[in-house]
Design a protein around this ligand. Structure first.
Ligand code: FNR
Length: 373
C-alpha cells in the first residue's frame, strides 16, 4: 500500500487496521453496546443533501476560521479531537512520547488546532514544548477529565495554563466509561511500555482501561464544578459532550466560551442521537449568545464538514481519522489525513458555490428522510 494510493479516510482506516494490534484496533474503532449510534454518526450525514448555487466566483476559497472571538485563527475549520493513548498508534521506534508530539506537529504545520487528552501517553508539557519551538504560535487546547482528586484536577488545569494551552476542554459525557464490549472481550489495557503521565497513573498488573477510568474519574461532576473550574483558571472553558439545547443554554449561563456537540464518538451511551442530528436545535438555542459551537462524530468527508458548517457549527473535530493517519505514517500520515479533509472541504465549497466559510448557511442543505423540509 503506497501512501499516494490512499485517497480517502476509509483507505487510511483499512491500512491502519492491518498495522494495529487487535486490542488497540478495537479500542480505537469501537463504540458502546450495539454500536447503533456509531453507525448513525456516519450514516446521518447521508440524510442531508447539498443544494449548490452556480455561477458564483469561486476562484478564491476562504476557509480561515476565527475561534473564541479571535483568540485563535486556523486555516480551515477542522481540528483534532482529544484522543487518549495515541502511543499505541506510534509506529516509529522506541520513543513512546513520539505519538502525541507527531500529531501536534502535524496540526501545527497544517495551521490547525489539536486538543490534547488528559489520557495522553505523553505529558502535556512534553507535547507542547517541542512543537512550540518550531511553531511558536501553534494552538493547542487541553482536554480535562475532572478526576476525584480535585487537587490533581486543579494542578492539571494550572499546569496547562502555565505551559501555554489556549483553553480547557472539559469532557462532560463520561461520568462513567461506556460499555465497549469488544474492548472488554480483549481485556484491553494500556501496554506496559506506555503510561498516562498527566494523571500520574501507571497501570497495575491486570488492570484494564475500564478499571483505570473508573478509579480516577469523578461521577459527581456537575454544573457547580464548571463554575469552580472558571474560578481556578483564566483560560476559556469549553464543554465537550453536549447533546441537548437545554444543556447548551446552561453552558452559556455558566460562562463557557464554547460548546462541543459530541457523543464521544459513540463510545459512551449508545442510542443517543447522531451529532449532526443533534446540532441544529443546539445552534438555534444559543447562536446569538456569543459562544462558538463545534461538533464532532463520524466526520469522514469534506462534504460532512460542509454540512456541519452550513448547519451552524464554527468548526468540526475528528478523532479516528487522525489515529488512522498516525498509525499508517506517523506525523506525515496525520498531515495527509488533515490535508485530504481540507482539500475535500474546499472542493465541496467550490462546487456548492460558496466562496467564504462565513457564507455557509442552511440554504445549501436539504434534509432527506427524517426531517424533510
Ligand atoms: C476519544 N474521545 C475522547 N474524548 C475525550 O474527551 N477525551 C479522550 O481522552 C478521548 N479519547 C478518545 C479515544 C479514542 C480512541 C476515540 C476514538 C475517541 C472522543 C473524541 O474526542 C471525539 O469526541 C470522537 O471520537 C469524534 O468522533 P470520530 O471523529 O472519532 O468519529
Amino acid at each position: 500500500h503506497l501512501p499516494e494510493m490512499l485517497l480517502n479516510i476509509e483507505d487510511y482506516h483499512k491500512v491502519a487496521k492491518t498495522k494495529l494490534t487487535k486490542p488497540a484496533y478495537h479500542y480505537y474503532a469501537n463504540g458502546a453496546d450495539d454500536q447503533v449510534t456509531l453507525k448513525d454518526n456516519t450514516e446521518s450525514f447521508k440524510d442531508i443533501r447539498l443544494r449548490p448555487r452556480v455561477l458564483v466566483d469561486v476562484s478564491n476559497i476562504n476557509t480561515k476560521t476565527n475561534l473564541l472571538s479571535g483568540r485563535h485563527t486556523i486555516d480551515f475549520p477542522i481540528m483534532i479531537a482529544p484522543c487518549a493513548m495515541q502511543g499505541m498508534a506510534w509506529p516509529h521506534g522506541n520513543d513512546n512520547r513520539g505519538a502525541e508530539r507527531a500529531t501536534a506537529r502535524a496540526a501545527a504545520s497544517m495551521n490547525t488546532l489539536m486538543v490534547v487528552s488528559s489520557f495522553s501517553t505523553t505529558s502535556m508539557q512534553e507535547v507542547i514544548q517541542p512543537v512550540r519551538k518550531d511553531h511558536p504560535n501553534a494552538a493547542l487546547w487541553y482536554q480535562l477529565y475532572v478526576v476525584k482528586d480535585r487537587k490533581l484536577t486543579e494542578d492539571m488545569v494550572k499546569k496547562a495554563e502555565k505551559c501555554g494551552y489556549g483553553a480547557i476542554v472539559v469532557t462532560v459525557d463520561a461520568s462513567g466509561i461506556g460499555n465497549r464490549e469488544p474492548e472488554i472481550r480483549e481485556h484491553f489495557k494500556l501496554p506496559q511500555n506506555l503510561s498516562l503521565p498527566n494523571l500520574i497513573v501507571k497501570t497495575k498488573d491486570g488492570e484494564t482501561h475500564s478499571d483505570v477510568f473508573s478509579s480516577v474519574i469523578d461521577p459527581s461532576l456537575n454544573w457547580k464544578d464548571v463554575d469552580w473550574l472558571r474560578s481556578v483558571t483564566h483560560l476559556p472553558i469549553i464543554v465537550k459532550g453536549i447533546l441537548s439545547s437545554e444543556d447548551a443554554v446552561l453552558a452559556v449561563k455558566h460562562g463557557c466560551a464554547a460548546i462541543i456537540v459530541s457523543n464521544h464518538g459513540a463510545r459512551q451511551l449508545d442510542m443517543v442521537q447522531s451529532t449532526i442530528d443533534a446540532l441544529p436545535s443546539i445552534v438555534d438555542a444559543v447562536k446569538d449568545c456569543g459562544v462558538d459551537i463545534y461538533v464532532d462524530g463520524g466526520i469522514r468527508r469534506g462534504t460532512d464538514v460542509l454540512k456541519c458548517i452550513c448547519m451552524g457549527a464554527k468548526a468540526v473535530l475528528v478523532a479516528r481519522p487522525i489515529l488512522w493517519g498516525l498509525t499508517v505514517d506517523g506525523e506525515e500520515g496525520v498531515k495527509k489525513v488533515l490535508g485530504l479533509l481540507k482539500k475535500e472541504f474546499e472542493k465541496a465549497m467550490m462546487l456548492c458555490g460558496i466562496q467564504d466559510v462565513k457564507d455557509c448557511n442552511r440554504d445549501y442543505l436539504l434534509r432527506y428522510n427524517k426531517y424533510s423540509k
